[in-house]
Design a protein around this ligand. Structure first.
Ligand code: ZN
Length: 159
């Protein structure tokens, strides 16, 4: 799946999970769940893959920054951890491109490749996922913002 959808699901997880370590672990797990959903891909050529992957990576970085900035201070680390965990398994793509090898054990790469069901006509899956995940992440963040507002965080235990 596109990196942007992994980042959005990681933001949602971080907004809900509160604890950075939980958010990170759940984020990594969410990556494989999303990748197992039949999605867009089967690029045919490296050039076409890069035409999608490069803008996807850049937009994802910008969205990570925006979500981190928009998060209430007491959720920021969890949101960042969720997004990082959710994006991490795809670190094999830039690593392969730049260094010619994956940073992960071969078994992880085999599993990651094995669950992909990609088809060129499934761009709508990515759009649908982006719509749903961004709405859910923004709602969850809005709720956590209201929850941590008011008394300026007074009466809440630090996490
Ligand atoms: Zn992946």
């Amino acid at each position: 799946m596109l990196l942007i959808n992994h980042v959005l699901s990681g933001a949602l997880i971080g907004a809900l999970a509160r604890r950075p370590l939980t958010a990170f672990a759940a984020g990594v797990a969410s990556h494989f769940v999303l990748d197992a959903v039949p999605h867009w891909g089967d690029w045919g050529s490296r050039r076409r893959f890069l035409q999608v992957a490069v803008p996807d990576g850049l937009v994802s970085l910008a969205v990570m920054g925006a979500f981190a900035a928009a998060s209430p201070a007491d959720r920021r680390l969890a949101v960042l951890a969720g997004m990082t965990g959710a994006a991490l398994p795809d670190a094999d793509k830039p690593a392969n491109l730049w260094f010619g090898c994956s940073p992960f054990p071969a078994a992880v790469d085999r599993f990651h490749m094995g669950i992909q069901r990609e088809a060129w006509h499934r761009g709508y899956v990515e759009l649908l996922a982006a719509g749903l995940l961004s709405a859910a992440a923004l709602t969850a963040l809005g709720r956590s913002r209201r929850g941590s507002g008011g008394g300026g965080g007074r009466g809440r235990l630090p996490r």
